[in-house]
Structures are given as C-alpha cells and as structure tokens.
Design a protein around this ligand. Structure first.
Ligand code: AMP
Length: 251
C-alpha cells in the first residue's frame, strides 16, 4: 500500500494508473476504521482495479457545538488495517491540502433539496461540508467509482445528487450497513457510549425493523407508525430527534 499525503503526489499516482487503463475505486472516510469501513473497501475491490481510501476528518461537516476536537483519530491503526484489507493507496491529507485557501472562506457545494430536512435540519451546514469534501476528493482522486455506506443514508443521496448535478463521471455504490450483534450500526462515535448505552442502542434497530414491517403491512398510517415508534423509544429513555417514514429515492 502506498501512503500519500499531498494531492500533487496523488494526482501523479492516479495518472499512472489511468495510463495503464486501470479502474480507480475511492472509499472516503474520516478514519478510526472498523468493519463497516472495511466492507466498503471490499465492495470497491469488486468493482475497481485500484482501491484508494482517504482518511480525513473534515472540519466543514462539523457544527460549532459538535465533536470535531474529540473525534477519534487513529491514523497508524487505520494504515495497518487498510494495508491488511488489500488497499492500494491511502490518501491522508493535511488540512491545507483539502482547504488550500483556509476552511472558513472555502468554496462550498450544497444540495438544497436534501440538506434542509431530517439530519440536515438538525445539523445546519453538515451536508454542505460533506458535499464539498467529497467533490474535492473526486477531483483529486478522479475515481471511476466511489463507495459510501447506507448507514448514512441521507449522505448517500446528497452525494448521488451532487455527482449527478455537477457531472462527475463517478459511479456511486451503496454498501449495506454493518452492525453489532445487537443490531447497533457500527460507528466510530459508538465509543462515546458506555457499555450499557451500547446495549440499549440495539433498540433503535429493533424499532426501525418494526416500523418497516408495519409499513409493509399497510394497516396503519405512516404517521401512526412513526408516532408509536417515537413513543417506544422515549419510553426506553431515548431523546428522539426524528422517527419518520420517507420515500427512499428522495426522502
Ligand atoms: P465515516 O468515517 O464515519 O465518515 O464513514 C465513512 C464511510 O463509511 C461512509 O460512507 C459511511 O456511511 C461508511 N460507514 C461507516 N460505518 C458503516 C457501517 N457500520 N456500515 C456500512 N458503512 C459504514
């Protein structure tokens, strides 16, 4: 595996692969890698000849009160894990490679239809930050395909829409959610939970499955299902941001 920190070096490497006619697959991450991330690498490997993973904790997708400072950063372990998972190139850029003109005044990409609802409504600017960094990574790595997790479903739609609207010739692949045995989606942020909270968090997946089954059943309105789901979670002690049923294609 080759480790690259500068975009100039990444471009040179990619240009070489392209001359050889090899298909490039990109897996963007914020690091602190786990089995969920590695499943994205496997999917990239199945559709590309060269797999490039990026590890970059992107400041523009964090709100002012969010966890940018304490977000877990484990670059050495990530590099080892990526090498063991057959990754060809690790792109580990410093901040000024991604934001050469500074973070605050940087050019932004936004996806207006999708960024003001659900997660976007709770985290203003989050999806602008995501769309911006992914657009930059697409320009730098020039992938043929890129893989994103269904865990961040709204993010996946934002990226599909961004790629379509800006004309990026990149096939977007969606990887299924990798879960803990109790159903909790694997996430770097699960480290913020106590052992007991991690156990309790399995109730989120159980509730979502119940919602899906009820919605398929057709006996209750979506609003009634959502309201019962919210009540169940609140009864278990959760503070619920949203529990809703939406159309998969555009939310
Ligand atoms: P992150 O490092 O959290 O920004 O995630 C990088 C990519 O990995 C995103 O496309 C996520 O959706 C994906 N991902 C993270 N956790 C999982 C998981 N448990 N299952 C599937 N994909 C995941």
């Amino acid at each position: 595996m080759q480790l690259v920190t500068r975009s100039r070096d990444l471009r040179a490497l990619i240009a070489g692969f392209r001359r050889e006619g090899r298909r490039i697959g990109l897996v963007p991450t914020m690091g602190n890698l786990h089995a969920g991330h590695y499943s994205l690498l496997d999917l990239a490997r199945a559709h590309a000849d060269v797999v490039v993973a990026s590890v970059f904790v992107n400041p523009t997708q964090f709100g002012p009160a969010e966890d940018l400072a304490r977000y877990p950063r484990t670059p050495e372990a990530d590099a080892k894990g990526l090498a063991a998972h057959d990754c060809d190139v690790l792109f580990l850029p410093p901040l000024d490679e991604i934001y050469p003109c500074g973070v605050t005044g940087s050019v932004r990409v936004s996806v207006p239809d999708l960024d003001g609802i659900l997660e976007g409504a709770l985290r203003p600017g989050h999806f602008d930050g995501v769309a911006t960094v992914v657009a930059k990574l697409f320009n730098l790595a020039q992938p043929d395909i890129a893989v994103f997790g269904q865990k961040d479903y709204q993010q996946l739609l934002v990226i599909q829409r961004m790629a379509l609207d800006l004309g990026f010739p990149v096939g977007i692949f969606a990887a299924p959610i990798v879960r803990e045995t109790n159903g909790l989606a694997m996430s770097s942020r699960n480290q913020y939970l106590s052992a007991e909270q991690r156990e309790q968090a399995g109730a989120i997946h159980a509730t979502l499955q119940w919602m899906r089954d009820e919605a398929g059943d057709g006996r209750q309105s979506f609003a009634a299902i959502a309201s019962t789901a919210r009540g169940r979670l609140e009864h278990l002690g959760f503070v619920v941001d949203y529990a809703v049923i939406r159309r998969a294609g555009d939310l």
